[in-house]
Design a protein around this ligand. Structure first.
Ligand code: ZN
Length: 139
């Protein structure tokens, strides 16, 4: 395990743009406030979604697509640098009109409405390829 102390700088709340991409909006917030590392939570609703499931045997992501309105019952993630860009690693629990939930790594979703709380850290976080998991993990 790697760990370090982090100092927080600013905290933000944001309302996501209707029709925009959920994850891109969070990355746009991080860009706007120059947040090189951050932790966030969010909630709201989306018009569609693409979750990814990581197959640990194949070391590959598989998409799970939804073309229907869903609640974002819970969303959590963090911001760090990946390939010279701010990347919002985003996980979400989505629910349908019967309360059934679907969850996973959220790649994309079209915002219906969304509310985000973001806490920015003073030190940047960077991701680098990890050979064991074949994922881009924190250094
Ligand atoms: Zn993930």
């Amino acid at each position: 395990m790697n760990y370090r102390a982090v100092e927080t700088t600013e905290e933000y709340v944001a309302s996501l743009e209707h029709g925009a991409d959920w994850r891109a909006e969070i990355e746009s917030l991080a860009d706007d406030v120059e947040g090189d590392a951050a932790w966030f939570t969010a909630l709201g609703a989306v018009q569609d979604a693409e979750l990814w499931f990581y197959d640990q045997d194949e070391c590959e992501y598989y998409p799970i697509e939804f073309d229907e309105p869903l609640e974002v019952a819970s969303c959590v993630g963090n911001v760090s640098w990946l390939d010279d860009e701010r990347f919002a690693h985003t996980h979400a629990v989505l629910s349908d009109d019967e309360g059934t939930t679907y969850s996973g790594h959220l790649n994309a979703a079209t915002v219906w409405a969304g509310e985000v709380y973001m806490r920015v850290f003073a030190e940047p976080l960077e991701r680098e390829y990890d050979e064991t998991t074949e994922l881009d993990l924190w250094l």
